[in-house]
Design a protein around this ligand. Structure first.
Ligand code: SF4
Length: 378
C-alpha cells in the first residue's frame, strides 16, 4: 500500500517585537537564544524521525512558520532544512513554504532560500496602508512588502502569498479595498484574508477595554469579506477556503492537509501534530523545550487519542470550510453521532450550509459565520 503523505510544520518562536493583536507563543529574538533553539530543533528533527515517521513515508509539504522564521539567519534556516532532508523523505514535488516578515529579509536571503529548495514565500503584509499597520502595533512599512515581493520574484520565486487582515481599528471599507487593489498589483499567486479577532491578554484587547481602540465591527467585516470575494474573484483568484484565495493550481498544500483531516508532524515549541488518530502538542515554553531535547526526550506535553466519532467530527468541521465541501453522508453521520440532527437541519434550513446531493459546504453567508457554525457542530 502506498504510504499516506505527511506534512511537516516547524514553529520558529521568535519575533523582533510583538504585534498588538498577536496571541501566538513567541519570544523576542535574541541571537544567542535563537542559536540554542536552532540546535534544539535540529536535534528534535532526528529524534522525531526515529520515533514517529515510518521510513519512506513521503513529506508532501514543509511549512516553516512562527513567529517570524526570517528573524533567523538564512544559514540557520538552511541548516534546519538540510537536517530535514537527512532524516525524512521529501516528495519530489514537496511544497516548502517559509513565512517572512517583509522587513526581515533581503534580496540575498531570497536567493539563498530558493537555492536551499524553498518553493513558496509567504509574506505577512497585513495591510497596504501604513496607518493601519501603526494602529495594530505592527512593525514595518508598506514599501517593505513591495520591495520584498519584488526581490522574491527577482530571485526566482513564482509562488508568493500575502497575508492580509481586515476589520482593523480605524480601517474603512474603502481603505480595505485599497489594500486589496495594491496587493493585486503585486500579482501574488495566493492571498489569505483574515478578519481581525481580538484575543484575550493581547495589547489590542487591553486597548479596546480602555477605549483607546475601537472593537471590530462585525457588520463592516462582513462587507469587507464580500468586497474581497468580489475583487479577488474578478481578478481570477478562486476562494477555496473561508479565508484563502489562490490562482488556479496554487492552493496551499500544507494548509489543505489541515482542512482535509490529513496528518502532520509539528516540531518546535507549541507545535501541534496529528498522526495515527492522535493529536499531540509540544511544550509552549522555550526553556522547557530546550531542556527536554537536551535530555533526548521529545517535548510532548499533551496527547489525545481521537475516537472514530471525534475524527469524523474534526473532518466535518474543517472540511465544511472548503469550497469543495465534504461528502453529505459524513455531515449526517456526524449529526447522528453527536445528536446534532436538529441544529444541522436548522443550518440547512437557514441556508448557512448547502447540499448539492453528494457534497455539503458552507454557503456564502455561512462562510461569514464559519466559527459560530463550527462551535454549534462541535
Ligand atoms: S510578526 Fe506575526 S507572530 Fe510575530 S508578533 Fe506579529 S503577528 Fe505575532
Amino acid at each position: 500500500m502506498t504510504p499516506l503523505p505527511l506534512g511537516l510544520y516547524l514553529h520558529i518562536p521568535f519575533c523582533r517585537q510583538r504585534c498588538d493583536f498577536c496571541a501566538f507563543y513567541l519570544e523576542i529574538h535574541r541571537e544567542g537564544r535563537a542559536e540554542t533553539f536552532v540546535q534544539s530543533l535540529i536535534h528534535e528533527i532526528g529524534l522525531s524521525a526515529q520515533q514517529h515517521v515510518a521510513a519512506g513515508r513521503p513529506i508532501q509539504s514543509v511549512y516553516v512558520g512562527g513567529g517570524t522564521p526570517t528573524v533567523l539567519a538564512p544559514t540557520q534556516l538552511i541548516a534546519i532544512l538540510s537536517e530535514i532532508r537527512t532524516h525524512l523523505a521529501l516528495a519530489s514535488d514537496c511544497e516548502i513554504t517559509v513565512e517572512a516578515h517583509p522587513s526581515t529579509i533581503s534580496e540575498q536571503d531570497h536567493t539563498q532560500l530558493l537555492q536551499a529548495g524553498v518553493t513558496r514565500m509567504s509574506f505577512g503584509a497585513e495591510s497596504m496602508e501604513d496607518g493601519d499597520l501603526a494602529r495594530i502595533g505592527r512593525p514595518g512599512a508598506v514599501h517593505e512588502t513591495v520591495v520584498a515581493v519584488a526581490q522574491a520574484r527577482a530571485a526566482g520565486f513564482t509562488n508568493i502569498n500575502l497575508d492580509l487582515m481586515y476589520g482593523l481599528p480605524g480601517q474603512s471599507l474603502e481603505g480595505w479595498q485599497r489594500t486589496l487593489f495594491r496587493s493585486l498589483t503585486l500579482e501574488p499567486t495566493h492571498l489569505s484574508c483574515y478578519a481581525l479577532t481580538v484575543e484575550e491578554d493581547t495589547r489590542l484587547a487591553s486597548n479596546i477595554q480602555r477605549r483607546r481602540s475601537p472593537a471590530p465591527d462585525e457588520g463592516l467585516q462582513i462587507e469587507m469579506d464580500e468586497a474581497a470575494q468580489r475583487m479577488l474573484g474578478d481578478a481570477g483568484y478562486e476562494r477555496y477556503e473561508v479565508s484563502n484565495y489562490a490562482k488556479p493550481g496554487y492552493a496551499c498544500r500544507h494548509n489543505l492537509l489541515y482542512w482535509t483531516n490529513g496528518e502532520y508532524l509539528g516540531l518546535g515549541p507549541s507545535a501541534q501534530s496529528y498522526l495515527d488518530g492522535t493529536r499531540f502538542g509540544n511544550a509552549a515554553d522555550l526553556a522547557a523545550y530546550d531542556t527536554s531535547i537536551a535530555a533526548n526526550r521529545l517535548p510532548i506535553e499533551d496527547r489525545t487519542r481521537l475516537s472514530e466519532e471525534e475524527q469524523l467530527r474534526d473532518a466535518v468541521i474543517f472540511g465544511l470550510r472548503l469550497i469543495q465541501g465534504i461528502p453529505t453522508r459524513c455531515l449526517h453521520q456526524h449529526a447522528a453521532n453527536y445528536g446534532h440532527a436538529a441544529i444541522t437541519a436548522q443550518l440547512l434550513g437557514q441556508q448557512l450550509i448547502e447540499e448539492d446531493g453528494e457534497r455539503s459546504r458552507l454557503s456564502a453567508r455561512g462562510r461569514l459565520q464559519a466559527d459560530t457554525i463550527a462551535e454549534q457542530l462541535y
